[in-house]
Design a protein around this ligand. Sequence first.
Ligand code: FEO
Length: 398
Amino acid sequence: MKGIKVEIKPGIFWVGVNDRWKDLFEGIWPIPRGISYNSYLIMDEKPTLVDTVEEPFSHELLENIERFIEPSKLGYVVVNHMEPDHSGALPALLRVAPQITLVCTAKAKEMLKNFYGIEDNIQVVGDGEEIKIGAKTLRFYGIPYVHWPETMATYVVEDEVLMPCDAFGTYGALDGGFFDDEVDVDYYIDEMLRYYANIVSMYSMPVQKALAKLEGLPISVLAPSHGPIWRHDIGRVVELYRKWSNWEGDKGVALVYGSMYGNTLEMMEAVARGVVKGGCSTLRVYDVSRAPFSFVLAECWRWKGVVLGAPTYDTGIYIPMDNLLKTLEHKRLRNRICGIFGSYSWSGGAAKKMQEAVEGLKWELVEPVLAFASQPTPEELLQAEALGQAVAQKVMED
Ligand code: FEO
């Protein structure tokens, strides 16, 4: 982004990049509107860079830095997190600026060696430790497992700027706006939820610990390493992180179903009608085979109610539904109100196995679990409607 200079506080600049080329983040998650890798340059007696960008954008990062300073004049590069979307440009940077001291946690030091063979000029910092870089002071907070074990957040004490890397990050490139008061916030909040559900969610308990550690810290700018920089409504995103990491869902239902020949689909329509009759109009229906998995996962994280319906397949759970349940377990989503329905042709399987999976998730199961043979009867459709109604009532009264 030649010619664009974004100052987030006096002497602190965004020098990151937009990745508009990647289709799948981590090779899994679709990013139809790209993603940004935010890197921050702090101009002081010892100019300091906080986080870098993914390797293919190394050249662009160097150009962005050069608009302020020769990279050979950089004093420190702070490595908050070693995932290569933030550390990938380090080798290129060190080739032109070998004088740099890298600042990171002890765990990140090991990873620097393992990822890049970097072993020299590393200053390990502990939790709460500070480095004076001139007029400004950097303080480091260990926030392990947000997103990897080595992760830390950097705080510029005098400016009250917190750089927490992945935490509060979003999918979506920065389209001309860099701050929350310059962008369509609701779009980025949706993408923050998807980023959370896809990338961070397994570590919800470490997120809770990080929030508790940083509570009370004055923050005037929250500058994550993906997506917008928050300065207008920081409280909103902190509250969302509190909520998501505590598995608190909004009042609504994600109804996720699979169907091969339309019979489970017919059942789903009856459940959906019941949800609405039960007083819940915030209902989102997803075909588990067709809806992008990344978005379905985020919707399960968003809503208090999750209803699952699928046919039996090879005596087990319909494969796309099985994948969803396994991923929900992997990501450790808790605290949902759940209804289950499933079909079978000659021997049951799906409904019972879905029930076992949901019991493993420790969700509140709304009885009865409905299993029907081949094609639902009018009576079974009424039972499906009643199930939807019961789930909705629990969700709305909760
Ligand atoms: Fe944006 Fe965990 O890397």
